[in-house]
Write a protein that binds this ligand. Structure first.
Ligand code: KG4
Ligand code: ZN
Length: 340
């Protein structure tokens, strides 16, 4: 017998719902992106995000059910992101999920957003099974995670300051590329020389799998300031390429080293930054050199979506996890933590 999950995601600026069967088959994946609204402000405005989620969530859920050619009666459980994320944004999805689960008398499962990003890898790779080492790099989070099983995780390394995506967004803003910066830097970097500038790579001897992007960010900003003061024309493509290479070097080296230390034969990427073309190319090369299998989701499953929540929710559901009617948003929920 198959298990069909209705999944809901509203942790940041995407209002999303999906119908997922048996943790691998995506019947529908509807995403309403608010990016155009937040672009005007150069980043996500939490209050605006919450209001837009309230406006859109019912339509998005309805659309996900219709595209999957199903109804709430045929759904086995409702899975919803309850953290980490923006509290007001999370509460919209949590409230919608609770209402449906209560009205239809269906089980409710609370899903960790980062565990969702990791689970996105299972959608297109049937051969991928834990254990493996996963680099989760998104706008709000950067973690190196040892995935012990579908529902057990160990944080091996994390960022000391900015998340990788945040660094992309800040540098993009500094060179007037707009928001979100990741995809724009990715595109412009293709026209630049990644060796034009030797921006710093932070490797921390006391915590070899942690990373830090503040020194890199300052170095790029200092370079821009000094060019401006000396009236030197800046080459945005070279800056984008050199900055990106510095981020990619650290993310790939740390992932490979951690995989070897933990005896993994598989590595994976997750989160918005996982759609970065240079990161994927460099990781593929280093993985091959080190005899590691390398997995990453398609771009549509890298950035925020509800399909990944349906996959993670399925594994939580079959291990017996159930949220109560008191399920709340937990903005700083940790990987592997359960707050219900
Ligand atoms: O996972 P995500 O959609 O949201 C969070 O959970 O934070 O990630 C969004 C982040 C943004 O910072 C965006 O700039 C970055 O992912 N991103 C990229 C690329 N596409 C999205 N960063 C680098 N290269 C890309 N191609
Ligand atoms: Zn995310």
């Amino acid at each position: 017998m198959s298990t069909t999950i209705l999944a809901i995601e509203s942790s940041c600026d995407e209002t999303a719902a999906a119908v997922v069967t048996d943790g691998r088959t995506i019947k529908s994946n509807v995403i309403y992106s608010q990016i155009d609204l937040h672009k005007l402000y150069g980043g996500v405005v939490p209050e605006i995000a919450s209001r837009k989620h309230v406006e859109k969530i019912n339509d998005v859920i309805q659309e996900a059910l219709e595209q999957a050619e199903t109804t709430l009666d045929d759904i086995d459980a409702i899975a919803v992101t309850y953290g980490p994320g923006l509290v007001g944004a999370l509460l919209v999805g949590v409230s919608a999920a609770k209402s449906i689960a209560y009205a239809k008398n269906k089980p409710l499962v609370g899903v960790n957003h980062i565990e969702g990003h990791i689970a996105a890898n299972y959608i297109e790779h049937e051969d991928l099974k834990p254990p493996f080492m996963c680099m989760v790099a998104s706008g709000g989070h950067s973690h190196l995670v040892y995935v012990k099983s579908y529902t057990e995780f160990e944080i091996v390394g994390k960022t000391r300051d900015d998340a990788a995506g945040e660094a992309f967004d800040k540098i993009a803003r500094a060179i007037d590329l707009g928001y979100p910066g990741g995809p724009k830097i990715d595109k412009l970097a293709k026209e630049g020389n990644p060796e034009a500038f030797n921006f710093p790579r932070a490797y921390m001897p006391d915590a070899p799998y942690d990373f830090s992007f503040s020194g890199l960010k300052s170095a790029v900003l200092n370079h821009l300031n000094s060019c401006e003061m000396k009236n030197i024309e800046i080459n945005k493509a070279d800056i984008a390429a050199s900055f990106q290479q510095a981020v990619v070097d650290v993310l790939t080296d740390n992932t490979i080293n951690a995989a070897k230390a933990y005896g993994c034969d598989k590595i994976a990427l997750a989160g918005g930054v996982a759609s970065n073309s240079s990161l994927k190319e460099n990781m593929a090369l280093k993985a091959e050199k080190n005899n590691l299998m390398f997995y990453h989701p398609s771009p549509i499953y890298c950035t925020d979506n509800a399909a990944m929540i349906g996959v993670a929710g399925y594994h939580d559901f079959i291990t017996g996890e159930r949220a109560g009617w008191d399920l709340n948003a937990v903005p700083n929920l940790k990987i592997g933590e359960r707050a219900f």
